[in-house]
Structure formats: structure tokens, C-alpha cells
Design a protein around this ligand. Structure first.
Ligand SMILES: Nc1ncnc2c1ncn2[C@@H]1O[C@H](COP(=O)(O)OP(=O)(O)O)[C@@H](O)[C@H]1O
Ligand SMILES: [Mg+2]
Length: 238
């Protein structure tokens, strides 16, 4: 645990009187890809909100060795944590380009930003073609690409992805997951991947946690969880 990049230790949180997470402990190694799986309502999105300061929590959350306790979302994002929220968070009244610019707007390293734009357009050529169009004209898959591209322009050290596969055709999901893998390997961005599509997520990640009503029910190496039929049946639904 000592050299984990992101660490949640016994995290409790909820909304008002309703508690949702009941002592979640998990970690993401530097440069790793970790899946956070579980049924609808298990608390996956809430876990990501806790990390980025969107809900109050008890316990501890540390990033790169420092506690995120009491820190504001802006500040946490500034540390290098980019959150691609559920539903993608694209501003459809803006153009593709304007959405991308929101990703880079806090950065001062203008030359590096330009290089990162080139890189993003290499990953997602369709965004380059459509950069002047309204984001509302993009398909669901393209909007998901835009959300990931915008996060990448924040120059993150860790990306939190909330159900990137939701509502997308299998082939589109595959290509997005391949790009996430490339981003992880080439740009050394660690990934915490929230998914209901356990099968695909386990292929991409090296470790996984399964949440069940706000608690970690199972965790381990992705390859091992894939191989355990009882785990697959009871928790992963395949
Ligand atoms: N803003 C909110 N206010 C109150 N309850 C919420 C809110 N968001 C989520 N919840 C509740 O918290 C629980 C976990 O939700 P969530 O973290 O969204 O789960 P998941 O992402 O795993 O589907 C659910 O019971 C849900 O109804
Ligand atoms: Mg969710």
C-alpha cells in the first residue's frame, strides 16, 4: 500500500442522512489500470465523486502520498486527476474545439498543449474533422471520445472514467478501450475504470474491485477474477 498512487482507506460517505459507501479500501498503482465493478447503485459513481471532492467523506483518500482531505475539486483536478463523469459531461451547446479547450484552459505550458492537441487528434481523428462543429452533432461514441480527449488535455496523472461503454455499440466500445490502453501505456496515465461491463473491463485492467452495496465484495488480479467462475457468476453477471 505504501507506494500506491491513489489510495482509499476505509472511506465512508453518502448523501445527507443516506450512507452509500461503508468503508471502501482500494488502491491504484502508478501507471496502472484498475477496474471498479458492480451492479447499478453499488456506489461506483459515488466513489469517484469522493475522490474528486464532490461528496464529503470519512476515512482517508491519498493521491501521490498526500491526503485529499478538505481539498476542493479544482485543487484536486490541479493535482492531475481528470474525471470523465457518468454521461460524459460534454457541453453540447459548444463546439468540439471549445470543449477541448476547456480541458487545457488552466495550463500555462502552451507548446506542450499544442503537442497534446496533435496527440489527441492522432488518437481521435474524427474529432479533428469535426472540431468546428457543435458537439451536439457527434454520435454517442464520438462524444465519449471527446470526453476522454478533453480529460487528456488536462495532462492528468490519473483518469477516472465512469462507465465509458454505456450506451455504445460493442465495436465502438472496443476502439475506445484500445485507446485507453494506449493512453495508459504511452502517456503513463493511471486509470480507475468504473464499468458495468465487467468482461471488457477485466480485459483492460490488471486489478479489479467489485463493489456490492457500498462495500468491496471481491478484489484481486483481473486475470484471476476472470478465471473464477463463482466470482463471475455471483458478482460479474457473465
Ligand atoms: N445525488 C444523490 N443523492 C442521493 N442519493 C444518491 C445520489 N447519487 C447517488 N445516490 C444513491 O447512492 C447509491 C449509489 O449510487 P451510485 O454511486 O450512483 O452507484 P453506481 O454508480 O454504482 O450505479 C444509490 O442508492 C443511489 O440511489
Ligand atoms: Mg454510476
Amino acid at each position: 500500500m505504501a507506494d500506491a498512487f491513489l489510495e482509499l482507506e476505509n472511506v465512508h460517505c453518502g448523501y445527507g442522512q443516506t450512507s452509500v459507501l461503508h468503508g471502501v479500501t482500494l488502491s491504484v498503482p502508478e501507471g496502472g489500470i484498475v477496474s471498479l465493478l458492480g451492479a447499478n447503485g453499488a456506489g461506483k459513481t459515488t466513489t469517484l465523486r469522493a475522490i474528486t471532492g464532490g461528496v464529503r467523506w470519512l476515512g482517508d483518500i491519498r493521491f501521490a502520498g498526500r491526503s485529499l482531505r478538505g481539498r476542493h475539486t479544482e485543487d484536486i483536478v490541479g493535482e492531475g486527476i481528470a474525471h470523465v463523469p457518468e454521461g460524459r459531461g460534454i457541453l453540447t451547446e459548444l463546439t468540439v474545439d471549445e470543449n477541448l479547450r476547456l480541458g487545457a484552459h488552466r495550463r500555462k505550458d502552451r507548446d506542450a498543449v499544442r503537442k497534446d492537441y496533435d496527440r489527441v487528434f492522432e488518437y481521435f481523428p474524427v474529432l479533428k474533422e469535426r472540431r468546428r462543429l457543435s458537439a451536439s452533432t457527434l454520435s454517442g461514441g464520438e462524444q465519449q471520445m471527446l470526453a476522454v480527449a478533453r480529460a487528456l488535455l488536462m495532462k492528468p496523472r490519473l483518469m477516472l472514467l465512469d462507465e465509458p461503454s454505456l450506451g455504445l455499440a460493442p465495436l465502438v466500445v472496443r476502439s475506445i478501450f484500445e485507446i485507453i490502453r494506449t493512453i495508459n501505456q504511452t502517456d503513463h496515465v493511471a486509470v480507475l475504470l468504473v464499468e458495468q461491463n465487467a468482461r471488457l473491463a477485466l480485459e483492460l485492467s490488471t486489478e479489479a474491485y467489485v463493489l456490492e452495496v457500498g462495500r468491496v465484495a471481491v478484489s484481486g488480479k483481473s486475470a484471476e477474477l476472470q478465471g473464477q467462475e463463482s466470482v463471475r457468476r455471483s458478482y460479474l453477471g457473465y
